[in-house]
Every structure is written in structure tokens, then in C-alpha cells.
Write a protein that binds this ligand. Structure first.
Ligand code: HEC
Length: 215
């Protein structure tokens, strides 16, 4: 079976599980609460029927402990469980060795507005975009943006540019789940979707007073 010919059951399971895996994309996440069996069967169907193509490799179907907990609890782990996984995620954050967290906001803006990378139609080896616009408002000039995440307009103007805020912003982009175990925001640094230099550029986009985010 190829990627393009799927049984109706596989498609139905895939649609259901996409809601579980991507969270946030559903309008009401609490409305769908799959049993562990549904999740197990859907994962098995994905692994059986999906083929690797280009940069869309199958290893991304493997879930880690945090994703297993979020899937099993419909993204509502107990406060104790959330605290444990958040501590683990936080401990795995790698801050830049040079201690400088601010890159180039212009490069950050291009990244934030690019959703390219990691799909089968993308050339392998091209740098990934950050896809931030798909979930966040970033500047008044944007024609359209997603609203799964909060608006980041005036982020630096409101929070300032202190070392603590720089560290928070870098770490949040590196691994949002270190602060919010089952956040719908991808773990850009943790998963190596973005490089250290790219995350620095995004921190600058959010915090530099000259960036359109803060105009
Ligand atoms: C799939 C949706 C999604 C994408 C893509 C996404 N985010 Fe988020 N983001 C969220 C959600 C949801 C929250 C709020 C929940 C939380 O804090 O985890 C959030 C929170 C944040 C926060 C914390 C805001 C605060 O008030 O402290 C920052 C900063 C942030 N995102 C930056 C980014 C950047 C930069 C990108 C692009 C690299 C990005 N996000 C991509 C969904 C997303």
C-alpha cells in the first residue's frame, strides 16, 4: 500500500489520531477522548500504511514518554505528573554555549513566516521554517495568522529585554513543554527542527525593539 491509497478505516483513524498528536488543531480538544486501544490501533495503522518519502521519515511516528503521557491523558496529566515531565524537559534544554541569546531579527522574521521543511515535498537538507505565524499573531502587517497560540504582538515591548526574559524566550521556543507539559507548541530545539542560530534569530524577532513585533 502506498501513501496515497489508504483504506477508509486508516483514513478515519489517521484523522482521529492527528487530533491527538497535533492537539491544538482541533477546535475543542476535550470533545474527543480516544481510549488507549484506539490510540494503539491508530499508531499501528500509521506504521503499517505510511511510507517514508524524502525528508518525511517514519521515525517521527515514534512517541517519547511525554507524548505517551499527553496522549493517554487527553493532554490533561495530573499536576504531579505534569511537574515531573516538565522538570525532565527543562533539564534537557541546551542554552547556547556562547551565552548570547539574541540573533538577527530580520532572519527571525523570515523564519517565523515560513512553514517550509520536513514534508515529503521539501528538498532534504533545506533549513526548516519556524511556522510561528500558523499559530501566533506576530506583527500588524500580517495578512493572516493562526490563533492556536496567544498573540505575540508587542511581546518585547510588554516583557522587556532582560537576561531573564531572553532566557525564557529562548527556552520556550527550544521546548515549550518544559513550561506546559502538553502544550500544543512543537519543541523546536528539543526535536532539532530548528538550530541554535535559528532560535536566537527568533528570540531577536520577539525582543528587539526594532523588530516589527514591537512596533
Ligand atoms: C502548533 C501551534 C504553535 C506553533 C507552530 C508555535 N506555537 Fe508558540 N505557542 C503555542 C501555544 C498553544 C502557546 C500557549 C501555550 C503554552 O504556553 O505552551 C504558545 C506559546 C508561545 C510563547 C509563550 C508566550 C507567553 O506569553 O509567554 C512563545 C514565546 C511562543 N509560543 C513562540 C513561538 C515561536 C517563536 C514559534 C515559531 C518558532 C511558535 N511559538 C510556534 C502554539 C504554537
Amino acid at each position: 500500500m502506498t501513501t496515497y491509497t489508504k483504506s477508509p478505516l486508516t483514513v478515519a483513524l489517521a484523522l482521529g489520531l492527528t487530533t491527538v498528536l497535533l492537539g491544538g488543531c482541533a477546535t475543542d480538544r476535550s470533545a474527543y477522548n480516544p481510549s488507549p486501544d484506539v490510540i494503539k490501533n491508530a499508531m499501528a495503522a500509521f506504521k503499517r500504511d505510511f511510507d517514508a518519502k524524502g525528508s518525511a521519515s517514519l521515525d517521527r511516528l515514534n512517541t517519547d514518554k511525554l507524548q505517551d503521557i499527553c496522549n493517554a491523558t487527553n493532554s490533561k496529566p495530573s499536576p504531579d505528573m505534569a511537574a515531573v515531565v516538565e522538570r525532565e524537559q527543562m533539564a534537557a534544554i541546551k542554552l547556547p554555549a556562547d551565552g548570547n541569546l539574541l540573533g538577527d531579527w530580520k532572519a527571525g522574521e523570515k523564519l517565523a513566516q515560513s512553514g517550509r521543511g520536513m514534508t515529503w515535498s521539501d528538498k532534504t537538507g533545506i533549513p526548516n521554517g519556524g511556522n510561528c505565524y500558523n499559530c501566533h499573531q506576530l506583527s500588524p502587517q500580517e495578512l493572516s495568522y493562526g490563533t492556536i497560540g496567544p498573540s505575540l504582538l508587542h511581546f518585547g515591548k510588554i516583557r522587556g529585554n532582560s537576561p531573564e526574559i531572553q532566557k525564557y524566550t529562548y527556552s520556550k521556543i527550544y521546548n515549550a513543554k518544559a513550561y506546559n507539559a502538553c502544550s500544543a507548541m512543537p519543541r523546536f530545539g528539543h526535536s532539532s527542527a530548528l538550530t541554535e542560530a535559528q532560535i536566537k534569530d527568533l528570540v531577536a524577532l520577539l525582543l528587539d525593539p526594532q523588530s516589527p513585533v514591537n512596533k
